[in-house]
Write a protein that binds this ligand. Structure first.
Ligand code: BGC
Length: 424
């Protein structure tokens, strides 16, 4: 009897113990992340996921003993991932490393909250200080310290177009707003949707708007908006809003039920003629729709932004408080290497962040973009978190979302102006 009692006590005790330990591994990130590297991003679509998988495969080849997990959360531009990340960070359960845009998103959120390790030593050890363009290192630095490693450079101000539609209708890709509206009218007259939009996630409309702001204001004044040197109700911002309003009259009717991939698909399939999207769309065209650059689709800077390059850089850093920080550094080492960047970027649609990558690995779009980046005026993307703090971007997304349905320029400008209190 006594023996039985002791035995059942032992069983119950071991059950409690195992419950405790499984609990701590599912909720207590630090326990769990001792061994496994969970790589957090929002890359789940064609092109983006292909690039990520290629990078992970390269890491696994180099470090077969370090278990790695793809912890991506779906949703364009981090629509859902950013919220999941915020709650993990607040709960002191950071991923081993996570996707974060260089600029305000990294610096004003995680670095300012003292959540990131400084990577100055890693940059020295890897010899990276002269391997990334200075502008990029600046975007991932605060107060002279470096906090993340750029894996790529995306361009936001790209207008993609269906070549067949343009050729068959004897049209040329528009370089100015006047040309854009001329082309759009010609297409509309033929019953072809001129511009594809998928603003189920509102950032895509903000993305379109930022390229219009750049086109109307030019790079210097565009940058001044985010520093507060040009007011959000400036006459030029209003002018951009008017252009935006007009452009929206040429989009597909079902825009609010589509995401960026569905909108790109319209162009790829020949159901719409153009769309404005970052060059992850190229990753999607090529990897999902199996289209060929310069045969099936063409590309050109969005109207009036030739010579300007709206920069987006996806970067990864080292959160504070991890037990496996050395393993994370090994992952960052691969991500920041020529080999890593050249495995990832040709699939992703972006160009390498490093200046010494192997250009022959890139298609014509990549080659052109690598060249453009060297001489272009670089401007930070608003929709993708580089230009301004998250709080501001969220409010702009809301304002844009209302504007798309209501088209009230005055109200829109008023909302932008009041969002301005979030600009630091
Ligand atoms: C990211 C890209 C990503 C895109 C769509 C952007 O914010 O920088 O890497 O492909 O969102 O999800």
């Amino acid at each position: 009897m006594k023996k039985k009692l002791i035995l059942s006590f032992l069983v119950v005790f071991s059950l409690i113990l195992s419950a405790c330990s499984s609990n701590s591994s599912s909720t207590g990130g630090k326990e769990e992340s001792k061994g496994k590297l969970d790589i957090f991003s929002w890359w789940t679509g064609a092109g983006e996921e292909d690039g990520l998988k290629a990078l992970i495969a390269l890491f696994e080849e180099k470090y077969p003993d370090i278990p790695i997990e793809n912890a991506a959360v779906a949703g364009g531009a981090g629509t859902n991932a950013k919220a999941v990340l915020a709650s993990r960070m607040q709960g002191n359960d950071p991923p081993a490393t996570f996707q974060v845009h260089g600029g305000s998103e990294l610096n004003d959120s995680w670095v300012a909250a003292d959540k990131m390790e400084n990577l100055n030593e890693l940059y020295k050890e890897e010899g990276w200080n002269d391997k990334f363009p200075k502008e990029l290192i600046d975007l991932v630095s605060k107060d002279g310290n470096i906090y993340s490693v750029p894996v790529n450079i995306h361009r936001s101000n790209v207008l993609w177009y269906n070549k067949k539609i343009f050729d068959e209708n004897g049209l040329k890709a528009p370089t100015t707003f006047t040309e854009f509206f001329y082309v759009a009218d010609a297409l509309k007259a033929k019953g072809i949707t001129p511009l594809a939009l998928g603003d189920k996630e509102p950032w895509t409309a903000t993305h379109l708007f930022e390229t219009i702001l750049l086109g109307v204001l030019g790079p210097e004044d565009y940058k001044k908006i985010w520093t507060g040197d040009i007011a959000l109700d400036d006459v030029k911002v209003m002018e951009a809003a008017e252009v935006f309003k007009k452009m929206l009259t040429y989009v597909n009717e079902d825009h609010s039920s589509r995401n960026w991939q569905d909108a790109s698909q319209l162009v790829g399939n020949g159901e719409a003629a153009m769309n404005v999207m970052g060059d992850w769309a190229k990753g999607y065209f090529v990897n999902d729709l199996k289209l060929v650059v310069n045969e099936d689709f063409g590309y050109i800077p969005t109207p009036e932004t030739a010579g300007d390059f709206m920069v987006i850089t996806d970067t990864f850093g080292l959160p504070k408080g991890l037990k496996n920080g050395d393993d994370v550094k090994k992952f960052l080492g691969v991500l920041g290497s020529v080999e890593g960047q050249d495995a990832f970027n040709p699939l992703k649609g972006s160009i390498p962040a490093r200046i010494d990558s192997d250009v022959s690995k890139y298609d014509q779009y990549g080659k052109d973009t690598i060249e453009d980046f060297k001489t272009a005026n670089l401007t930070p993307s608003l929709a993708h978190g580089s230009a301004a703090p998250e709080g501001f971007v969220t409010k702009v997304n809301q304002a844009v979302n209302i504007f798309v349905t209501q088209g009230d320029v005055k109200q829109f400008i008023g909302s932008l102006k009041s969002a301005g209190s979030e600009l630091k």
